[in-house]
Design a binder for this molecule. Structure first.
Ligand code: ADP
Ligand code: 5GP
Length: 218
């Protein structure tokens, strides 16, 4: 478009006028990667630094770990209750994790938050992220990598939330999950926590500046 046309269009609904309109839809940021890579730790840190970001709270059939709270860490539900949510299409995506337990993302919260123009983080496993991408390709998909597989094992062990067999299962799934890395938009190595958090914040800021995200119809 010529500069003259661009400038003359600012008074109406032209591109510059639209570019300054506040009416944008929220952005979905999906953060996944192998269990133990540090998703939960990093997402908490990101939201502490960027409190305008909202976090989607998942539903799970897993029992709470010591210190975990209902509605803050997860919505803890029985398998029967979870399957009722699935049957009523209340979940945007769900997965049966390697531990045999179910995890899912409540749909309404995601849809309402996006409609209100707020940006939302989903911290979910790789299978779930791929399901979301099929429905929501305009989201931002970030894969967190461990510095090494040995360090991933150390982190899972250090967390002391799984027995040796469960850690072995999570590590074997991690190898399959890594094969799906090309489906993501960004990869971030969670080596130093502060550096990785800064990279997530930088990706978010850059994505917010995309011209296509300023357009009302987007
Ligand atoms: P996930 O949510 O991906 O399963 P967690 O956030 O529970 O992983 O982190 C797994 C373990 O690794 C925790 O004990 C956490 O304190 C530790 N951890 C997370 N990030 C780092 C990091 N950058 N350096 C060292 N340890 C980390
Ligand atoms: P944990 O039992 O360690 O809290 O979680 C196990 C795995 O489930 C992690 O990889 C975590 O990211 C994933 N997870 C948590 N919530 C959801 C969800 O709503 N959907 C999917 N697909 N995975 C989830």
């Amino acid at each position: 478009m010529e500069i003259k046309t661009l400038i003359s269009s600012t008074g109406g609904t032209g591109p510059l006028a639209r570019a300054t309109q506040p009416a944008r839809r929220g952005m979905l940021i999906v953060i996944s990667g192998p269990s133990g890579v540090g998703k939960g730790t990093l997402v908490k840190e990101l939201i502490r630094r960027q409190p305008e970001l909202l976090l989607s709270i998942s539903v799970t059939t897993r029992a709470p770990r010591p210190g975990e709270q209902e509605g803050i860490d997860y919505f803890f539900r029985s398998e029967e209750e979870f399957m009722e949510l699935v049957a009523s299409d209340a979940l945007l995506e769900y997965t049966q994790f390697v531990n045999g337990l179910y995890y899912g993302t409540p749909r309404t919260f995601v849809e309402e938050t996006i409609k209100q123009g707020r940006d939302l983080v989903l911290e979910i496993d790789v299978k779930g992220a791929i399901q979301v991408k099929e429905r929501w390709p305009q989201g931002v998909y970030i894969f967190l990598l461990p510095p090494t597989m040995a360090e991933l094992q150390v982190r899972l062990a250090k967390r002391q939330t799984e027995a040796a067999e469960a850690i072995r299962q999570r590590l074997s799934v991690a190898v399959d999950e890594l094969n799906l890395l090309p489906l993501y938009d960004y990869q971030v190595v969670n080596d130093d926590l502060a550096t990785a958090t800064a990279k997530l914040a930088a990706i978010w800021q850059a994505e917010r500046c995309r011209v296509s995200r300023q357009l009302a119809h987007y």
